[in-house]
Design a binder for this molecule. Structure first.
Ligand code: GUN
Ligand code: ZN
Length: 450
């Protein structure tokens, strides 16, 4: 059954860090997107598309709204939702004091499913339709996450955290159990409907050589799976890695030695990477997840986004919230913080560049740019509908906006919670926000993707 949405449309055809803006931005002031069987089948100006619609096609008209591809969050920890905004520590102490306590609750499948469902609702409320997610060391936490993703038909990536040292006993597996459990989870979930698996060694300090070896081997056994971890986030962490691996050339080399650096490897943070590490990431097509709110919250440092994306051999970078060190589910708020980080580095980040790394650029970082991240025929119909008049202040500011860029830039700076009016996943309306009360309503589609 054909259905359609109408509003202003905005998407990217190419990378604004590399290609002139006119060739990148697709903007339609009054556009229509037609969807069928979960994909976009037509799009264009309302005057072109409306006369061609099949009789009986329902058109949801979002007046004063901007329709964008659903946002993509390249690195986030769902079990840390309950510790957002935990006071007073930098990375290593924060992990010990808050994270490793919270993550111990995920042995209980019901508890895990409760948080996974809450996480899914928050994500959809922010217009995010795909995330690359760290679960905990417990396979139950992964099953819960995929089950909750399946309920909405989301294209999510996730994996069981691997840790066999430098963490509480209750959160440690072994090289063998970590391998076996990950393998079973891959067999059960990778490629099921829209779901994808990511091998998830937490970071080099919490895995022994034996576990690092086994993880690299397993990744090789299952081509098409992802690998996600953390790298060069915090100066004390980097010092620790140097002590643990005195023979490694640099932090990335630790992962490289164990066969963990390649296409579909996503490295969280990378704040303090060296040029030769960026060269290596570029060479193999590995990606960085840029986590602005987290880097500011934990005082980790100022990532050089322009430096990574505008070099002669650019690195794939996607935007990420990194909750619970990150402080918001909203990629719009995250873009606003990315701009401030750029400012502190003496650079600027345009709203178009920021939006690109939250949509098509993030899809490219995840090797999913042919499925998600832009509005085009054949793309999966995951949409975020933004209400540019969501609050009285935003409405007032929009009246003074002089261009689409000005509108978007002010919106990413103000980024109110009520910004996202509706979210569609594979063509289904899954979140709708009341314009008066700002309350979100969620709908679980009767999907046949599961
Ligand atoms: N490094 C290792 N584990 C974590 C984590 O859970 N969050 C962040 N921000 N960094 C990490
Ligand atoms: Zn993280």
């Amino acid at each position: 059954m054909q259905q359609a949405v109408r509003g202003a449309l905005l998407s990217f055809r190419a990378d604004p860090f590399e290609v002139p803006l006119e060739e990148c931005v697709y903007h339609e002031a009054d556009g229509v997107i037609v969807m069928e069987s979960g994909v976009i089948t037509a799009l264009g100006s309302a005057s072109d598309i409306l006369p061609k619609l099949e009789r009986g096609t329902v058109v949801n008209h979002y007046k004063d709204c901007l329709i964008m591809p659903g946002f993509i969050d390249c690195h986030v920890h769902y079990p840390q939702t309950e510790i957002i905004g935990a006071y007073g520590e930098q990375l290593i102490d924060w992990l010990n004091k808050y994270t490793f306590v919270a993550e111990q609750k995920y042995k209980d499948p019901d508890y895990a499913l409760g948080t996974a469902r809450l996480f899914m609702r928050e994500m959809l409320g922010a217009g995010t339709t795909t995330a690359s997610v760290f679960c905990t060391v417990e396979p139950a936490s992964v099953n819960a996450f995929f089950k909750a993703s399946e309920e909405y038909g989301l294209r999510n990536i996730a994996g069981k955290v691997l840790m066999d040292r430098n963490a509480p006993d209750a959160l440690c597996d072994t090289a063998k159990t970590g391998y076996d459990q990950s393998k079973e989870l891959i067999e059960n979930w990778h490629g099921k409907g829209r779901l994808l698996y990511s091998l998830t060694p937490r970071f080099a300090p919490t895995s022994t050589d034996e576990q690092m070896e086994a993880t690299g081997a397993l990744w090789k056994e299952f081509p098409g799976t992802y690998l996600q971890t953390h790298i060069s986030e915090n100066l004390d962490e980097i010092k620790w890695v140097k002590e643990l691996y005195p023979n490694a050339k640099n932090y990335l080399d630790v992962y490289d030695r164990f066969g963990q650096v390649g296409a579909k490897a996503v490295f969280g943070h990378g704040v303090h990477l060296e040029e030769r590490e960026l060269d290596r990431l570029s060479e193999v097509g590995a990606s960085i997840a840029h986590c602005p709110t987290s880097n500011l919250f934990l005082g980790s440092g100022l990532f050089d986004l322009q430096g990574a994306m505008k070099r002669p051999n650019p690195v794939r970078v996607g935007l990420a919230t990194d909750l619970g060190a990150g402080t918001s589910f909203s990629q719009f708020r995250t873009m606003g913080e990315a701009y401030k980080i750029a400012q502190l580095r003496g650079q600027s980040l345009s709203a178009f560049e920021a939006l690109y790394v939250a949509t098509r650029g993030a899809a490219k970082a995840l090797y999913l740019e042919n499925q998600i991240g832009s509005l085009d025929i054949g793309m999966e119909a995951d949409l975020a509908i933004l209400d540019l008049q969501a609050t009285s202040l935003l409405k007032y500011r929009m009246e003074a906006a002089e261009s689409v860029h000005d509108q978007l830039f002010a919106t990413m700076t103000l980024a109110p919670d009520a910004l996202v009016r509706a979210t569609y996943v594979a063509g289904n309306l899954v979140m709708e926000r009341d314009r008066e009360t700002h309350q979100a309503q969620y709908y679980i589609p009767a999907n046949d993707l599961a």
